[in-house]
Ligand binder design. Structure first.
Ligand SMILES: [Zn+2]
Length: 593
């Protein structure tokens, strides 16, 4: 009864001042009744706020794979929607992304409630707009949201109906932030590049664990930040968020529970971040990134309220610390530009940890009711609190020296397009040119046996660095590294990067061979070659003596000869990674080349 009344009350608050006709068209938030906004309802909810408040603007930004545009809702005290102007006013920008996995919709409802409360100045929220602007993507995965069912995420405790995890092309958008196979991710990147948010939140639901907490939090891997930003993050921002959730709302939060072994949770390990996840993408641009992961077994309204509380706290923090956040990010951006080395792969530092109070449930054995399987379960009748280790420190695994520029041949159109979308400035060569550059030969790699995200992901890349002269052509792209998107450029173009274009198969065609030779025709050319090249003849005779296979096997002899004549020059490029590293660009970028 109470629930029903409060839902009606909040609906009444929202529709004050509207005509009876309009009143019927505006969807109410019904998370108290275990219901979540559909995509259409979310758009009409924000469109109503846009109509009623001068501070609010609903924009259409770019197309998605669902054939519908991606919306962005901006709230700023003076109705300004130009992010550059908002930054110039000394305000921070908080960007909240919802429904990336549209079966995990608490952020969709929580953000709608937050926007309505903020604009109506409930609980004095509006004062935060003096120092902060809020940008909300109402529903990111629109394709997923359009295919609603009560059966998706079958383990999840509500809402009644929810969208699907994957988008229209069956892509998981939380793996698509850098490779951008979907139109959705390209539209997102354009929004992110435009806003340059100081704080970024991506809202989710987790079924990976069970415990007493409603809200679990993934925060950007601190080491990805500039040291001063990392210190601020670890020592001020994160502790304040955790403390406020506990003390202001009595809703204690815990880091995302990634446990070390099944069963009772003995330790939590930090989230090893890749740039293809949302927070990893944010880290490439020195934003403070977060994912909320609310617990799937908690009632839907509690998950929405928990997400709402964290959103409120992020906006509060962004408003109260605007100067410090802006200064830290500016320092971090300068530090990024100065850096001579970059870590492209991290590993857990198992020698360091923090301690935290974990409120879990005892893990017990049971026999399941339908299949009779022996299984473990978390007994909700046996809650406990224990102090456990939280391993949230990482150390560099692969570090690269940073070149002055990368050179990407004109041919790799998909790569160039993605660099552009991510704010990378490039120049095309005006003339065919030969330059001395650092190149990589790919000596080994392991393609995945099964497709992930439509790719046979390449990992465990072994390479060899060779400095040599390479011919480039007019139109090839020179990508200077010292620019705002520096971390994106390096992450995507280094072949050992797990988020990079090589890992995601963009460059696979160069791994195949070129022409080779046909045994019938080749031998007639060989006599001429050997007659004109005594050194080659001598080396061939030596090889026959020293290598038994070459000495005895005619096919091996042909193979040896092919590999030692200019005919195989093209073959030598087979494993030569197409992107070159220009270590010293000199005044190349000043000369207007
Ligand atoms: Zn998710």
């Amino acid at each position: 009864m109470n629930r029903r009344v409060s839902a009606i009350l909040s609906a009444v608050l929202l529709i004050t001042g509207l005509s009876a006709q309009e009143r019927n068209d505006i969807p109410a938030l019904r998370y108290d009744e275990n219901k979540s906004l559909t995509w259409e309802e979310a758009v009409s909810f924000y469109s109503d706020l846009d109509n009623r408040y001068s501070e609010a603007t609903l924009l259409e930004m770019g197309m998605t794979d669902a054939g519908r545009p991606l919306h962005l809702f901006i709230i700023s005290s003076d109705g300004e929607t130009d992010p550059e102007k908002i930054h110039r006013q000394g305000k921070t920008i908080v960007l909240i992304n919802n429904g990336i996995h549209s079966g995990e919709p608490e952020g969709i409802d929580a953000s709608a409630r937050f926007a309505a409360d903020l604009l109506a100045d409930r609980n004095g929220l509006k004062k935060y707009l003096r120092n902060c602007a809020v940008a909300i993507i109402p529903v990111y995965n629109i394709g997923g949201a359009l295919t609603r069912s009560r059966y998706w995420r079958i383990n999840q405790n509500g809402p009644e109906e929810k969208g699907a995890r994957r988008n229209t092309r069956f892509l998981d958008l939380n793996r698509d932030f850098v490779k951008q196979d979907s139109r959705d991710a390209k539209a997102f990147a354009e929004i992110f590049q435009l806003l340059d948010p100081d704080i970024f939140l991506d809202t989710h639901t987790t079924n990976g664990s069970d415990h007493q907490f409603t809200v679990t939090l993934i925060a950007t891997q601190p080491e990805q930040m500039h040291p001063e930003m990392e210190k601020y993050f670890r020592e001020k921002m994160l502790p304040e968020l955790y403390t406020r959730m506990k003390e202001e709302y009595g809703n204690e939060m815990v880091p995302y529970v990634q446990y070390t072994e099944r069963g009772e949770i003995k330790a939590i390990i930090g989230f090893e971040e890749q740039a293809y996840y949302s927070t990893g993408y944010a880290a490439l641009f020195n934003s403070f990134g977060f994912m909320t992961e609310t617990l799937v077994y908690k009632p839907y309204n509690e998950r929405v309220i928990g997400t709402f509380q964290l959103i409120s706290e992020l906006v509060r923090f962004a408003a109260m610390n605007n100067r410090e956040i802006i200064r830290l990010r500016a320092d971090a951006n300068r530090h990024t530009l100065d850096a001579k080395e970059f870590v492209i792969d991290w590993e857990q530092d198992t020698t360091r940890w923090d301690m935290l109070d974990f409120r879990g449930y005892r893990y017990e054995e049971t026999t399941t009711p339908i299949t009779g399987r022996k299984s473990g379960f978390y007994n909700h009748d046996k809650p406990y609190t224990e102090t456990i280790r939280y391993y949230n420190y990482f150390k560099p695994a692969i570090t690269v020296t940073i070149p002055d520029a990368y050179i990407v041949p004109f041919a790799w159109e998909e790569v160039i397009r993605r660099l552009e979308i991510n704010g990378v400035h490039m120049k095309q060569l005006q003339h065919d040119t030969t330059m001395t550059v650092e190149t990589y030969y790919i000596d080994g790699f392991e393609p995945a046996r099964r497709a992930t995200q439509g790719h046979y992901f390449n990992s465990n890349v072994k390479l060899r660095t060779v400095t040599q002269e390479v011919d480039f052509f007019r139109g090839d792209y020179v990508v200077p590294v010292n620019q705002k998107s520096k971390k994106y450029i390096i992450t995507m173009l280094e072949p050992q990067s797990e988020s990079g274009f090589f890992a995601w198969n963009f460059f696979d065609s160069f791994l195949e061979g070129q022409d080779w030779y046909s045994v019938w025709g080749f031998e007639s050319h060989l006599k001429e070659l050997l007659d004109h090249d005594p050194a080659l003849r001598e080396a061939f005779e030596k090889a026959k003596q020293s290598d038994t296979k070459v000495g005895t096997d005619p096919v091996a002899q042909l193979q040896w000869l092919y590999q030692h004549t200019p005919a195989s020059e093209l073959e030598k490029r087979t494993r030569l990674y197409p992107v070159s590293r220009l270590m010293r660009a000199g005044n190349m970028f000043n000369a207007g080349n």
